[in-house]
Design a protein around this ligand. Sequence first.
Ligand code: PLP
Length: 283
Amino acid sequence: MRTVYVNGAYVPEDEAKISVFDRGFLFADGVYEVTSVLDGKLIDFAGHAARLKRSLSELEMESPVSEDDLLEIHRHLVRVNEIDEGLVYLQVTRGAADRDFAYPAEARPSLVLFTQAKPGLADAPAAKKGMRVISIPDRRWGRRDIKTVQLLYPSMGKMMARAAGADDAWMVEEGAVTEGTSNNAYIVKGNTIVTRHLGEEILHGITRAAVLRMAAEAQMKVEERSFTIAEAQDADEAFVTSASTFVMPVVEIDGEPVGAGAPGPVAARLREIYLDESRKKAV
Ligand code: PLP
């Protein structure tokens, strides 16, 4: 049985408790982070901690613990749960208060963390096979740059993909791809990597930031702009990035093969660089 962290205590998962009045439960009034673990170490913890701070500040929420304590909690859970490859999930909610739409004046934020073991995460077969995606309208709220726990529409998107025999969905708004249900989306045309510019319409992926930096260091050309599904279907390659999938090729969009319909060299190279560099800097 896993040990999880709840509001200051490490407890067996079946003893962890959160109030029925918790605003995360009642209003999705909470934010989260997912940090991957390779070789028992955290990948880009500093990036996730910085984004958490920003998400909290956008929602006028206090961080329940310092960044140093947060790192210590992550490390402790990785250690006691013997995670070699996997994830640490963290959630901060505004806490428990009598139900009212207005933010309560004095709720104490709730902090929950747990691990998920994912043996073979770095060596996922999907990276060699590639993913098939469908396009769906983006029906999420407008502040997707805040990493909130309102994930119902992305969940519905995954189910739509599954019903269509695909692996995931890319969401489209005003004719342009925003992002995947739980990842950032990219295409490659010639020697140029294209991914949507940052804004309130997408989550500012921590993996995205690292991959774009590494692509620039490797002299690859990057354009941050919108693209359409038609442009993606006509691209040489497509891929997604996220903390839990790293760089994952996309080989089919709405039933149309992308390029040769097989994982391409740019995605493969970026995946390799990303995994190498991230392992070196893991904490
Ligand atoms: N976009 C969305 C909507 C996501 O949910 C995620 C990850 O959960 C990402 C992008 C990728 O972000 P990161 O690289 O920080 O995991």
